[in-house]
Design a protein around this ligand. Structure first.
Ligand SMILES: [Zn+2]
Length: 331
């Protein structure tokens, strides 16, 4: 047997991974590829990866540490998406700026439904960002609640809706706060972060407020509120002082007021009117958007782009798989 024949017989015995390693080494020798240009493994963060053919017209890699294969979009929001990163950037930017879905659809040349699904993936990823999910209000913070009309947008009139249709721009049938409204509980630190969450329709009970704000109020906070008794339960979850701004004995109205939180409510209402309502079941996704966009629009766009378009510790795609079913509000 000649050396050449020996080599060929040995090559035939190589496994698929060995062949990929050899091809990889050959590519490196030709200067087609450099090790630095390869992504880290999204499963185990190892850099011991080799090129391993293609999948869906994307370069596939094989991780020598954990034995898994992946493509550059694995574990990002673009996983299994047919749209390029530029389209996702447009969706993120338009979502945070509050532009309409049809506007984005026209811009990137796809259907309303495609942008709807992309937008909701972005919103669900936004809810998971640590700066949104772990927001902590401190120093002087204002707490209040605002009410928006409930909305069954996107649901057919098939009898599953507890009321008749409402015309665009129509007002509630009943006067004052009624079960036609959904309550958004808000908290905002003066010159700091904001947060908003919905649990129910009516004014929040002490139990509901504790569930919303637990872990989100720093010790030593001065919590300003409008006199709703439920807020007096807040010291149960943090060492804070609750002050009622409507109390006639409140000395200094220049300091003891709810102007900051009222400004935040105006922003929420403005966005809500612009969207012509958002389906109430999705309202907590939009609450995350309102609270992040109120303070820093450009900052949150940059943060979202870096978090969801590149591989990070969070698997946004799999946890967000079902945009129409997971994490919905049942009210
Ligand atoms: Zn790995």
């Amino acid at each position: 047997m000649t050396t050449k024949e020996l080599l060929i017989s040995r090559l035939n015995q190589l496994s698929e991974e060995d062949i990929a390693s050899l091809l990889d080494a050959a590519n490196c020798m030709e200067g087609k590829d450099t090790l630095a240009a390869r992504p880290d493994c999204p499963y185990c963060s190892s850099h011991a990866v080799i090129r391993y053919g293609h999948k869906c017209r994307k370069q596939r890699f094989f991780c020598k540490s954990c034995g898994k294969t992946f493509v550059p979009t694995t574990h990002t929001i673009m996983s299994n998406s047919h749209f390029p990163a530029e389209a996702w950037r447009e969706v993120i930017s338009d979502t945070v700026h509050g532009n309409a879905i049809d506007y984005t659809a026209q811009k990137i040349g796809c259907s309303h439904q495609a942008v709807f699904d992309m937008r909701h993936k972005v919103l669900m990823a936004l809810q998971q960002l640590p700066e949104i999910s772990d927001v902590c209000l401190g120093e002087v913070s204002e707490f209040d609640e605002t009410f928006v009309l409930d909305c069954y947008k996107g649901k057919g009139m098939d009898g599953s809706i507890p009321r008749g249709p409402r015309r665009h721009g129509a007002k509630a049938q009943k006067r004052g706060i009624s079960n036609e409204y959904v309550c958004i509980c808000t908290g905002i630190q003066r010159k700091g972060d904001a947060m908003a969450a919905t649990v129910n329709r009516a004014k929040p009970s002490a139990k509901e407020l504790l569930a919303i704000f637990e872990g989100h109020i720093a010790d030593g906070t001065l919590a300003l509120c409008d006199g709703l008794r439920s807020y007096h339960a807040l010291p149960g979850i943090a060492e804070c002082i609750v002050k009622d701004c409507n109390d006639p004995s409140a000395e200094d109205t220049c300091f003891y007021n709810l102007n900051t939180v009222n400004g935040f409510h105006s922003f929420i209402k403005q966005r809500y009117v612009f969207y012509r309502g958002v389906a109430s079941k999705y309202i907590n996704r939009y609450n995350a958007l309102f609270s992040s966009a109120y303070r820093n629009v450009e900052g949150i766009i940059k943060r979202l782009i870096s978090a969801v378009l590149t591989v990070t510790g969070i698997d946004y795609y799999h946890s967000n798989r079902d945009v129409r079913e997971s994490g919905l509000l049942a009210i």
